[in-house]
Design a protein around this ligand. Structure first.
Ligand code: SF4
Length: 384
């Protein structure tokens, strides 16, 4: 059996990825947010050009699937102000901001300055998955979010830290923070962080190449916080997309409810600032609004028919199994052993293979299965 194919790059708007159901087109909204008008526009484009679903990614991006008319979609996205004219710049504009921030505050100022700095063609060879995390609050909300250079805080002071290093450089100002982040990126490029295949991540690089003391710093960042859950927390109304997918009408409902720009989170949730409590949405919506929703105990990747590596459907099965999973357990339904939705252990992992499922208890998708060749209709009994 051949193993899963590792792509090593992420789709973008200019560089869509071909999937079994058409092109996957990813948008990286500037400052990690979209206006209500842009949200309504994306909902319309999902229906016009895609499957009618909008996907939320773990890098706080949005993507449409099933796209056939890429040129038409690009024109429409350009009209909404959602793409950059420069494809190379857009590809390296991987900045994830904490949604727990003040509008126009320190995080957004850092991200805006960093975006400008990343226009430097000298940084063009940064790998497609190389990213920056801006998380400068009193607790680190994005500690578990993928990133290579982290702009954080120690107490109230700014710290710039290479992912994989315990400590970072204390800096005095936003411009110093951006300068330090660019210095780390240049060191990564200059010290062989990018392999011959164009890939590379900071933490992996540090495992073999020590960071110079001047870039390592001695500042300990603030303590991490567990990722946010759906519901109203610290001034944000958080709505989760079941299994990372949101119907166009649900995005439109959020846009109609949002008093200001919607923030895209890396937790497959949209956050609405400017409200005092969780707003009511139209009846029939499918969004997750409560931390107790059983769908939060289940993770599922794209599966068939969207992913060419899958021989099984995943998301409908995940929705069917969710109510049977005991509280406190985690089920991962993975179309193949790559484990895109959750490359880690789960209480139960179902891995698609040749139209059936292998079952792994307390392991990762690539682990040794406890049972093999299970038909989807038999799985309810297996997990409860
Ligand atoms: S884990 Fe799922 S989405 Fe990822 S390659 Fe396998 S089938 Fe496709």
């Amino acid at each position: 059996m051949s193993g899963p194919v590792i792509q090593g790059w992420c789709p973008g708007a200019h560089r869509p990825m071909a999937a079994a159901d058409g092109l996957v087109v990813r948008m990286r909204p500037a400052l990690g947010q979209i206006t209500p008008a842009q949200a309504r526009g994306i909902a319309d484009l999902a229906l016009r050009f895609g499957t009618g679903l909008i996907e939320l990614t773990s890098r706080a991006n949005l993507q449409l699937r099933g796209v056939a008319d890429h040129a038409g979609l690009m024109l429409a996205l350009d009209g909404l102000g959602l793409i950059d004219a420069d494809p190379a710049f857009e590809a390296r504009r991987n900045i994830t901001l904490t949604p727990f921030r003040a509008a126009g505050g320190r995080e957004e100022q850092i991200a805006a300055a960093l975006e400008q700095a990343l226009r430097d063609p000298g940084l063009a060879s940064l790998p497609g998955k190389f990213g920056f995390v801006v998380d400068t609050g009193a607790v680190r909300r994005l500690a578990a979010t993928s990133g290579d250079i982290r702009l954080e805080a120690a107490g109230g002071d700014l710290v710039v830290r290479a992912d994989g290093s315990d400590t970072g450089m204390a800096v005095a100002s936003i411009s110093d923070a951006v300068e330090a982040a660019v210095a780390l990126a240049r060191w990564f490029l200059g010290s062989g962080g990018v392999g011959a295949d164009g890939r590379g991540r900071m933490a992996r690089h540090l495992a073999s190449t020590p960071l110079p003391e001047a870039l390592k710093g001695a500042a300990q960042p603030n303590a991490p916080e567990v990722p946010a859950r759906p519901g109203f927390h610290d001034g944000l109304a958080l709505f989760a997309a079941p299994f990372g997918q949101m119907a166009a009408q649900d995005l439109r409902a959020l846009a109609d409810t949002a008093p200001e720009s919607l923030r895209v989170t890396p937790w497959r949730m949209l956050a609405l600032p400017g409200l005092r409590h969780m707003p009511a949405l139209p009846e029939g919506h499918e969004l997750i609004v409560s931390p107790d929703d059983p769908r939060l105990r289940v993770l599922a990747c794209t599966g068939a028919p969207g992913c060419p590596q899958a021989s099984v459907e995943t998301r409908q099965l995940a929705a069917r199994l969710a109510p049977y999973l005991p509280d406190g357990e985690l089920l991962h339904v993975s179309g193949c052993a790559k484990g895109c939705a959750h490359p880690a252990r789960a209480t139960v992992t179902l891995v698609g293979r040749a139209g059936k499922f292998d079952l792994i208890r307390d392991g990762a998708p690539w682990g040794s299965p406890d049972q093999t060749g299970l038909a989807p209709e038999t799985l309810t009994d297996m997990i409860r």
